[in-house]
Design a protein around this ligand. Structure first.
Ligand code: GLN
Length: 534
């Protein structure tokens, strides 16, 4: 097995995740099998308990792991289908160490950061290796910035690991920033030199330096960085700000042949990549011939990262239809104040994403009503499906007090409720329905057609509340179609309104299963319907 470790220096938000994902893309195009994982130094066991304001979206994997949004980039940029093994936090590391200590597993030793904590981190690399025997390369991104106190143990573990498996099997890539000092009109390499010096202090010599820059990286600066950072000049790679889309990142990194450099460092036999399909996808993204507008009605609207996978899935579906998607971000509370007509107005389609808590839900219900009554394509995801159910119950079935017990504990008409066995569970993770689940599709429905007339689907979940089966008959009698139910428990998975150009809402999260050139079928259908909605 070969290992690539991606660290970051100088500042955060450098696009380290995109660099790791792009290297994954390029290596796959060279015919290699790639795994990508993230080590995050924060103490949360997983990001599931973090606010979207802190951390952006929680990306959910097939096995139910709640992970960092970078895992979303990894899955979208490669053919990967990752699992909990690919996502490690300090919280998990310490949780295991303490558990082991309490179980007496350290046989009387004084439990210390080195070697016990670093061993735990190395054990995870070992586990990733054993769980993926078919992989040629494992790429590991280390969250945070070199020099952070909390990242130190991870870097120490990597240094030891490189010795354990042999330096020839490891490639260290350091991603840094080259700031431009405008007054001097110069690109500055000093922060890069200092951050590499910090790495070398720990005993890690990077093999390749990726320099994030708004400008071209000239020969002089490459030579300077090479000399001060002790790497070959052609191992200093420029990573420019991409102009249009993040899917250009692999193409940009390819300009300095990062994939060949990595292959050389690791002595990997691989082919020159044929990137034409990827280039074609990017071309369609950058030069679409049509356009549609989509309103995303949410709560964390000012924060781009909160609905990351939804925006990416829309973009990817847009490329499929040669269509630019203009996303209009709408705060649900604005609708509560001014009404849907005024705030949303003329629009191609309306998407209500997932969410937790009561704030903004009445505005979302108004948005769903506006879509239903005006025949505007509607796509509800998770909470957006629960919202559509409440709206239908209230305004079509006349159950005016219909609600979810999440927002109105004592509602006389809980059309969305907790399942009985969930009640009383207080541990945050435990009560959620998480990860991939198999469900059946009803032939004759729109969803059945969109999925290519298959009767079995697998989709990822992250929620507590469910469509209350006690109301199923009444809602169906009023014209709601239950297009999909889960195989094990018969839980409602997809609702549709047949007498509408496009009204589909899913209890699961389809946004976690879109990849370039392979959009999720519901996203694809939604974009098409939005385009056709004149
Ligand atoms: N809050 C809702 C639930 O827990 C929806 C969750 C979501 O949209 N991810 O069921």
């Amino acid at each position: 097995m070969k290992y690539i470790f991606v660290t970051g220096g100088v500042v955060s938000s450098l696009g380290k995740g995109l660099a790791a994902a792009s290297i994954g893309t390029l290596l796959e195009h060279r015919g290699l099998k790639v795994q990508i994982q993230k080590f995050d130094p924060y103490l949360n066991v997983d990001p599931g308990t973090m606010s979207p304001y802190q951390h952006g979206e929680v990306y959910v994997l097939d096995d139910g792991a709640e992970t960092d949004l970078d895992l979303g980039h990894y899955e979208r940029f490669t053919h990967g289908n990752f699992s909990q093994v690919n996502s490690l936090s300090s919280g998990q590391v310490f949780e295991n160490v303490i558990k082991n200590e309490r179980a007496g597993k350290y046989l009387g030793a004084t439990v210390q950061f080195i070697p016990h904590v670093t061993d735990e981190i190395k054990a995870r690399l070992q586990l990733a290796t054993e769980s993926n025997p078919e992989a040629d390369v494992i790429i590991t991104e280390i969250g945070g910035t070199v020099g952070d106190i909390e990242g130190h143990l991870f870097l120490e573990a990597l240094r030891q690991f490189a010795l354990d498996v042999g330096k020839e099997n490891v490639c260290f890539i350091h991603v840094t920033l080259l700031p431009m000092v405008r007054a001097a009109g110069e690109i500055k390499t000093k922060p890069t030199q200092q951050s590499v010096a910090k790495l070398r202090e720990i005993g890690i010599q990077p093999d390749i330096i990726i320099c994030r820059t708004e400008h071209d990286l000239d020969d002089d600066n490459r030579r300077k960085i090479a000399m001060f950072c002790n790497v070959q000049k052609d191992h200093v790679v420029a990573f420019r700000d991409v102009e249009n889309t993040i899917y250009e990142c692999p193409l940009d990194l390819r300009k300095d042949k990062i994939d060949r450099l990595v292959s050389d460092v690791l002595n990997l036999k691989s082919e020159t990549p044929d990137l034409s399909r990827w280039e074609n996808f990017v071309h369609r993204l950058v030069h679409p011939s049509q356009k549609t507008t989509i309103a995303v009605v949410g709560k964390y609207i000012e924060l781009n990262d909160a609905y990351k996978s939804i925006y990416e899935s829309l973009t990817i579906a847009g490329a499929e239809h040669d269509t630019a998607i203009e996303v209009i971000k709408i705060d649900a509370e604005d609708i509560e104040q001014h009404g849907a007509e005024k705030i949303i107005g003329k629009i191609g389609g309306i998407l209500v994403p997932g969410g937790f808590g009561e704030r903004g839900t009445e505005g979302k219900i108004l948005a769903a009503q506006y879509a239903r009554e005006n025949k505007i394509p509607y796509f509800g995801i998770c909470l957006g499906m629960q919202i559509a159910t409440i709206e239908f119950a209230r305004n079509v079935c006349g159950i005016t007090e219909a609600n979810s017990t999440e927002f109105a504990k004592e509602t006389p008409h809980p059309v969305i409720s907790l399942q009985e066995e969930q009640q009383g569970i207080t541990d945050m993770g435990a009560s959620m329905r998480l990860g991939s689940c198999e469900s059946s599709l009803l032939p004759g429905t729109k969803s059945y057609e969109l999925y290519g007339q298959t009767t079995t689907i697998h989709e990822r979940h992250r929620h507590r509340w469910e469509f209350n089966p006690a109301y199923r008959e009444q809602l169906e009698a009023a014209g709601l179609t239950i297009a999909s139910v889960s195989k094990d428990e018969g839980l409602v998975e997809i609702i549709e309104i047949p007498d509408h150009p496009f009204f589909i809402a899913a209890q699961f999260h389809p946004e976690f299963k879109s990849k370039p050139n392979s959009p999720h079928p519901i996203f694809s259908g939604f974009v098409k319907a939005s385009l056709e909605n004149k």
